[in-house]
Design a binder for this molecule. Structure first.
Ligand SMILES: [Zn+2]
Length: 407
C-alpha cells in the first residue's frame, strides 16, 4: 500500500457545476445518469466522468441513449469536505429528511432539490433511466458495488468484476441509490478505492465503460481498450470477486471518542474478539468473525465500521429461482412470523421466537428490513423486484417526493 500515486497528478478541477458533462447518442436508448461527488471529498468519480465524456464527445461512436454526469454536493466539493451540514448520501428516506426549521441553514437541502429538478428534466424524455453513483472510501479498498437486491439491479452488474455488498439499504438512514431504487429507478453504487489513489480514478473509468457496454449503449469493440477496463478491475480484486452481506454496523455515539485501530483495509478478515477500534471505554472488539467493511479513517461520518459475511454463489442462484416461484407465502407458517394486516408484502417478526435463519431466508426471497425496535422487526418486499415501472410512474414518484420536501 506504500507509494500509491495520487489523483493530485491529474489536472485540477475548475469551478464545478451540477452538470459535469453530457453525451447525446446518435440512436435512441436509455438515460444513464452518473453521479460523482455526492461526498465533497471524493473527486475521483468526477474526474473519471469528465475523461470518459471527453473521449465519447471526441470519438463520436454509435451510441444508444444519453449520458448525463452530475456533480453531487457542490458546496462540499468547493471546500473539499465530505459534507457541510448533513451527509447528502443519508438524507433521502422519509425518516431522515431535513426538518423544516433547518432548511435555510443546511446547504444539502438546496442541493437535493436541485438534483431532483435535474432528474425530472432528464426523465422528461420518457426514456428508461439508470442511476449510477460513484464513490471512494477513506481506507484502502478493493472496489465494490452495492445495490438494492432486486433481480433487475442484479442483472445490470452481472458481468462486472468487483465485489458486491448487500444490506446498505437496510440501514435506517439508507443511501441515495437505494432510495431511488425504491422510487422505481434501477440504481447502483460503485466504490472505486481510496479517495486520493490514482487507481480509484482508473477503476472508475473502467467501471463507467463497462456499464456502458453492459447496458448496450455501446458495442464493446467500440470502447477504447475495453480489455484493459476488464483487466483493471480484475487486478484490483486479487483473489476474485465475492458477495457479502452486512451483519453488523458500529454507529458512533455522541462523545464516544471513536478511533479506528490503524492499518485495516476494506474486506480484511477479522476474528471474533479481535480489537478493531477504541473509544472512551477502551478497546472495541469484534463480536463475530467475518470481514471488516468501510473502516472509518476520516473525521466526518457516523459509521465507525461494518462487519460483513460472505454469501456463497449457490444462495444467489437459489434466491433468483425462489423469488420467481413466490415461495414467501410459506414463511407465514413459521411460529413468530405474521403477515401484516394490509397485504402479503410485509411480515412482522418476533425476534425472540424466530432464528436468524428465517431472516436470511426472507432476504433471499427479496424482502428487506424496514423497521426494528429490538423486540420485533418488519420486513417487506422490495418494490420493483423483477420489473421497473414506466418512466412516467418514476416521474410521478419524484414529483410527489419533491412536494413533500417543499411543503
Ligand atoms: Zn462516498
Amino acid at each position: 500500500m506504500d507509494n500509491i500515486a495520487s489523483i493530485d497528478i491529474l489536472p485540477k478541477l475548475d469551478s464545478i457545476q451540477r452538470v459535469i458533462g453530457k453525451h447525446t447518442g446518435n440512436k435512441p436508448g436509455p438515460n444513464l445518469i452518473f453521479f460523482g461527488g455526492i461526498h465533497g471529498n471524493e473527486l475521483a468519480g468526477i474526474l473519471a466522468l469528465k475523461e470518459v465524456i471527453h473521449d465519447l464527445n471526441n470519438l463520436k461512436p454509435d451510441f444508444k441513449g444519453n449520458i448525463y454526469a452530475l456533480a453531487g454536493n457542490l458546496k462540499a466539493i468547493e471546500t473539499g469536505k465530505r459534507f457541510i451540514g448533513k451527509d447528502l448520501n443519508r438524507i433521502w428516506f422519509p425518516n431522515t429528511l431535513i426538518p423544516k426549521e433547518e432548511r435555510s441553514t443546511i446547504p444539502e437541502y438546496k442541493e437535493k432539490i436541485d438534483i431532483l429538478n435535474h432528474l425530472i428534466e432528464i426523465l422528461n424524455n420518457r426514456r428508461p433511466t439508470y442511476l449510477i453513483d460513484l464513490h471512494t472510501t477513506s481506507s484502502h479498498s478493493t472496489p465494490f458495488i452495492s445495490i438494492s437486491d432486486t433481480l433487475k439491479n442484479r442483472k445490470i452488474i452481472n458481468n462486472i468484476p468487483a465485489h458486491l455488498v448487500l444490506g446498505l439499504e437496510e440501514l435506517l438512514d439508507g443511501p441515495m441509490f437505494s432510495f431511488f431504487s425504491e422510487l422505481g429507478l434501477p440504481a447502483i453504487l460503485f466504490e472505486a478505492g481510496q479517495h486520493d489513489a490514482i487507481s480509484s480514478y482508473e477503476n472508475h473509468i473502467a467501471f463507467i465503460w463497462m456499464i456502458l457496454a453492459q447496458l448496450k449503449c455501446l458495442q464493446k469493440r467500440k470502447i477504447p481498450r475495453y480489455r484493459n477496463c476488464v483487466e483493471t478491475l480484475r487486478k484490483s480484486s486479487p483473489g476474485g470477486n465475492k458477495s457479502f452481506e452486512i451483519k453488523f454496523r458500529h454507529l458512533i455515539g455522541e462523545q464516544e471518542h471513536f478511533r479506528m485501530k490503524d492499518g485495516f483495509v476494506n474486506f480484511q478478515k477479522i476474528e471474533k474478539g479481535e480489537t478493531i477500534a477504541y473509544n472512551k471505554d477502551g478497546k472495541i472488539k469484534s463480536r463475530r468473525k467475518g470481514y471488516i467493511f468501510m473502516p472509518l479513517y476520516q473525521s466526518q461520518g457516523c459509521d465507525g465500521f461494518f462487519l460483513v459475511k460472505e454469501i456463497k454463489p449457490f444462495w444467489f442462484k437459489l434466491s433468483s429461482r425462489t423469488r420467481k416461484w413466490k415461495m414467501d407465502k410459506l414463511i407465514a407458517l413459521f411460529p413468530g412470523v405474521h403477515k401484516t394486516k394490509n397485504g402479503t408484502n410485509a411480515y412482522l417478526i418476533d425476534k425472540n421466537a424466530v432464528r436468524n435463519k428465517i431472516i436470511s431466508l426472507l432476504h433471499l426471497l427479496g424482502f428487506r428490513k424496514v423497521y426494528d425496535n429490538g423486540q420485533s422487526l418488519k420486513m417487506s418486499r422490495r418494490p420493483y423486484d423483477t420489473r421497473f415501472p414506466k418512466t412516467e410512474k418514476v416521474l410521478e414518484n419524484i414529483r410527489k417526493y419533491l412536494d413533500l420536501l417543499t411543503s
